[in-house]
Design a protein around this ligand. Structure first.
Ligand SMILES: [Mg+2]
Length: 97
């Protein structure tokens, strides 16, 4: 996630004010909210695209804080994500999907 200086400061202030445990719990809560909206969309066929966008943004933001809390660089996570996407591509190739 690309952040400006002010946003970087906000993340640091939030972590200082809330602490690691509370920030981690917030991330878990946001992931649950996204899960709920996706389930509503798929299972109940609810037209909740806007809610999914809101919850997706919440998850992006809180995961950014989790990345910081555990001291991972963006490059580190991007490298792992790239490897996982490559593996997915190979699995699809093998399955001829
Ligand atoms: Mg939320």
């Amino acid at each position: 996630m690309i952040l400006n200086e002010k946003q970087e400061e906000i993340f640091a202030r939030a972590l200082k004010a809330q602490g690691i445990e509370r920030e981690a719990m917030q991330a878990l809560e946001e992931m649950a909210e996204l899960t709920k909206e996706i389930l509503k969309n798929i299972i109940r066929k609810k037209d909740n695209r806007d809610c999914i966008a809101e919850e997706l943004a919440d998850v992006y933001v809180t995961l950014e804080q989790v990345r910081r809390m555990y001291g991972f660089s963006e490059e580190e996570i991007q490298k792992i994500a790239d490897e996982k996407i490559d593996m997915l591509g190979k699995r699809l190739d093998a399955a001829k999907a």
